[in-house]
Design a binder for this molecule. Structure first.
Ligand code: PLP
Length: 853
């Protein structure tokens, strides 16, 4: 056809009876309420698929006839009434059921900043684990009725669509979202104009439009620069998630951190807790400091007041993964800083400095500008404490403030509908409200094995239908022959879901070692190609378009999948997203994960799988390092112990691949195929039940956000209030005290006067006396303490006793002493140390200063 194409979209008229569907379509509640999604899908499956499961876009394109007949259809109206009643109940009853005590005041507000949010495939502003975690965090905040607001960016292009050609070459295509179709709405100022915020970039200021997303009870604020009043360059700032060059990156991060704070102010919101979820948002610290300095506070006091209520979560296990910018880039982008604040750029740069590096590091800024810090699993907490130990130079990593909260996942989002119904029946209605209670989950054993197994098989069938569709589409697009397709799909047969099915889906970053399974193809063949005990592997995942080694992995998997011996046994699915993820985690029998230890900060997909009864087979890294449990009669999964850290990479991979093969051959496959008379393996069902019972109560996001509340949010809100009281007088006092301590600390020394050694009978007191050279500090500025423990106990677990100040000695020394009756018998060791002490500190060692005798 020739001629100009003019576009027109004709929207149906929504009859009054169906009006509330529009409300439901504009609240991401639908992202975890499956009956709501089914309601839309029931109107037209094909349109539902075409609009990527997006209710708002669906309502705009639905056929008028379909809507009109639905409005007269009692079955549809009945389903709609049920959905609306659940929706209203949810919104009428904010439940703080999972928040113990009343940790917050009415004026408290937690602001949660993240560069990406993953709620559902209909809002494509996420790339992977970080975004989905952030989405789950918001959902939990809604479920728990927390005072909470999220802040992020509205990208016109989210993560890319992935297609794979016949050689396994990945092709990335980006498509523009139509914001009218997304479940977002612009916000307005009191005069009814669209709300704008402004941020300064070199030589210009940039406007951003402020959008709102509703997630149950809570809101997410998104910023976007696609505005006519911006230059073409600046419109592109929010063009693409993690897109563009280094300049785009810093511009996005300034928009998120600085613009985010301004948007909250423009909305009249006054957060009392600021959560920086990964370093991208750390510029919010600078913006808050700027505000306080403009209001007359000294820089150091502004930093203390700001940091007191900032929570920083790091998600990276390698220093190279921390975001950083060249010094001259920071100087250029913050050239107005000195003018606005009167504070030199050097002081700003010092906040992001790292020893031996010239770059400005966002993690460094986030740590210096926060008093609450954490990694995302026990192992990752330790790794982060080590990576970041130079911020607290005189402390051991074990004692520095870097703590951890292990990730969790949003159960209603990832749990298959079929389980909801089964759990209602066997765990009792209200099991969702009891989801953090391990005792409630023990009820899983009440589900008869046969019923349990039939749910598992049903979920696998659902998955296999999707697999068939995707593989067919992929294969035919790549000009594959229909006859060959039958071969590819010989094991993926929904009518025969009794084939052991193993899933591996995640970003194809190299440390995840997606191709470890193919370390020795010959061995693999001998294990999985048994005609009586077939194994089907499903792979899915995207490699970042700039990550060439990652794409090499995709090709390697495709090449293996194409080998005649593996045909139909290894399937590689394209377009991994939340939709495919939900199906995969629910439908597979085994969830495989074999990252390089200790690089998997947490991992969350294995949690989603476990809750659905899939069994994890994973390296003991990230969350699995603490989630794996083989203490009972029945283990809850299989563990690949990381090879010794002394091996070189090749030997390590060889050893861990061998463990993987042995587990498959000796445990996984025989257990699965040891079918009893009922056609399933009772041993397998027992393990699968353990998987749910032990993992669901702990690795759900309600437990996770509950820990954030107790460990960080409630203390941060308190600490922020303490330091800002009386016109910030406490913040100034604390800042002055810290300066005094830092200047004098090099002169602080301990000298031994009386330290008992040898033997004493139980019950006898010993006296410890130490002379402390205070170097000009006051006795109350320091704590002197003795740590008692068994030989080899680490400091964290030693018993601690404070020595009391009992007067001045000569030459500026002070006497500190302790009379102690040891509480244990046996060989003991003790050490003595001193560190600065002040009632306004958030963490007792936050200065990182310590001297030992
Ligand atoms: C859960 C999830 C992830 C994160 O999985 P990991 O185990 O952390 O790698 C990534 N992408 C999607 C679509 C997910 O659902």
């Amino acid at each position: 056809m020739t001629g100009t194409v003019y576009k027109l979209e004709v929207n149906p008229r929504i009859t009054p009876r169906l009006e509330r569907l529009e409300e439901v379509a504009n609240n991401l509640w639908y992202s975890w309420d499956r009956p709501t999604r089914s309601l839309f899908a029931s109107l037209s499956r094909s349109l539902w698929k075409a609009v990527d499961h997006n209710p708002k876009a669906f309502l705009k394109r639905a056929d008028q006839k379909h809507l009109d007949s639905a409005a007269e259809n009692p079955v549809f109206l009945g389903s709609m009434a049920r959905v609306l009643s659940t929706y209203d109940t949810y919104h009428d009853l904010p439940s703080m059921a999972h928040v113990h005590g009343r940790p917050f005041r009415d004026d408290d507000l937690i602001a949660y900043f993240c560069a990406e949010f993953g709620f559902h495939e209909s809002l494509p502003i996420y790339s992977g684990g970080l975004g989905i975690l952030a989405g789950d965090h918001c959902k939990a905040a809604s479920d728990m009725g927390l005072p909470f607001v999220g802040i992020g960016l509205l990208y016109r292009q989210g993560y890319f669509h992935q297609t794979l050609d016949a050689d396994g070459q990945q092709h990335a295509t980006y498509t523009d979202s139509d914001f009218d179709d997304l479940p977002v709405a612009p916000l307005h100022d009191p005069e009814g104009r669209e709300l704008r915020v402004e941020v300064d970039l070199p030589g210009r200021s940039v406007q951003a439009k402020v959008w709102e997303v509703r997630i149950g009870h809570v809101r997410l604020i998104l910023l976007d620069t696609w505005l006519p009043e911006n230059t073409e360059h600046d419109r592109e700032i929010t063009h693409r998630l993690y897109g563009g060059d280094r300049n785009t990156r810093i511009e996005q991060e300034i928009l998120l951190g600085v613009g985010g704070v301004r948007a909250l102010t423009a909305l009249g919101l006054k957060p009392t807790v600021w959560h920086i979820n990964e370093g991208h948002a750390a510029f919010l610290i600078l913006e808050r400091i700027r505000g306080l300095v403009a209001a007359g506070q000294p820089f150091a006091a502004a930093l203390e007041a700001t940091a007191a209520n900032v929570v920083f979560t790091t998600h990276t296990a390698v220093p190279a993964g921390h975001d950083h910018f060249a010094e001259d880039v920071i100087r250029r982008y913050f050239s107005h800083w000195e003018r606005d604040t009167g504070i030199t750029c050097e002081r700003l740069l010092a906040l992001g400095a790292e020893p031996g590096k010239t770059d400005f590091n966002m993690t460094a800024l986030a740590i210096r500008g926060s008093r609450h810090q954490n990694g995302v699993s026990r192992i990752h907490g330790d790794v982060s404490a080590r990576i970041c130990s130079h911020f607290w130079p005189q402390l051991s990593a074990a004692e520095n403030p870097m703590d951890y909260v292990t990730n969790g996942v949003h159960l209603p989002t990832f749990l298959a509908t079929e389980w909801h119904e089964t759990f209602d029946r066997y765990l009792g209605v209200g099991w969702q409200q009891r989801q953090t209670d391990p005792a409630s989950w023990e009820g899983i054993d009440r589900i008869p094995d046969q019923t349990y197994w039939s749910v598992r098989q049903l979920l696998k069938s659902h998955l296999l239908y999707l697999v068939r569709d995707r593989v067919r589409e992929q294969h035919l697009r790549n000009q594959g022959s229909p006859a060959h397709l039958d071969r590819l799909l010989k094991l993926a047969d929904p009518s025969r879901p009794n084939v052991l099915t193993i899933g591996f889906a995640r970003r194809f970053a190299t440390y995840k070692r997606a191709a470890l399974l193919f370390h020795d193809p010959e061995v693999l063949r001998s294990i999985i190609c048994d005609a009586d005990r077939p194994v089907l592997f499903l792979f899915a995942g995207k490699a970042h378009p700039a990550d060439h080694p990652g794409q090499e992995i995709v090709r390697r998997i495709a090449e293996m999948a194409a080998r005649p011996e593996f045909e139909g046994r290894i399937l590689l699915l394209e377009g991994y997203d939340l939709h495919l993820s939900r199906r995969l985690v629910a439908g597979v029998d085994v969830w495989l994960n074999n990252p390089i230890y200790p690089l998997e900060a947490s991992g969350t997909s294995g949690m989603k799988a476990a809750m659905n009864g899939a069994i994890n087979l994973s390296v003991l890294d990230g969350w699995w390092g603490e989630g794996y449990d083989d203490k009972g009669n029945v283990p809850n999964g299989w563990a690949i112990k990381p090879a010794s850290g002394h091996l070189d990479e090749a030997r390590r991979d060889a050893e861990e691949a061998r463990t993987l093969y042995e587990l498959l051959q000796d445990k996984v496959i025989p257990t699965f195929y040891r079918s009893g008379p009922m056609g399933y393996s009772p041993e397998w069902v027992a393990m699968s039940k353990r998987s749910i019972a032990t993992i669901a109560p702990r690795y759900n996001v309600i437990r996770m956000v509950g820990e954030y509340v107790q460990k960080f949010y409630a203390p941060a809100a308190r600490q922020g209030r303490r330091l800002s009281a009386d016109g910030f007088a406490p913040a100034r006092a604390l800042a002055d005290w810290k300066t005094r301590i830092r200047n004098a600390w090099a002169g602080v020394r301990l000298r031994c006067l009386e330290t008992p050694t040898g033997r004493v009978p139980f019950g006898q007191a010993v006296r410890v006396q130490v002379a402390v050279q205070l170097g000009g500090l006051l006795p109350e500025d320091v704590t002197v303490e003795a740590l008692f423990g068994r030989p080899d106990t680490d400091h964290g677990r030693a018993r601690r006793y404070s020595l009391t100040h009992s007067g001045a000695l000569d030459h500026g020394e002070h006497l500190f002493e302790l009379d102690l009756t040891p509480e244990q018998c046996g060989k003991l060791e003790y050490r003595i140390r001193a560190f600065p002490e002040h009632a306004l500190l958030t963490h007792k060692f936050e200065l990182g200063l310590m001297v030992w005798l």
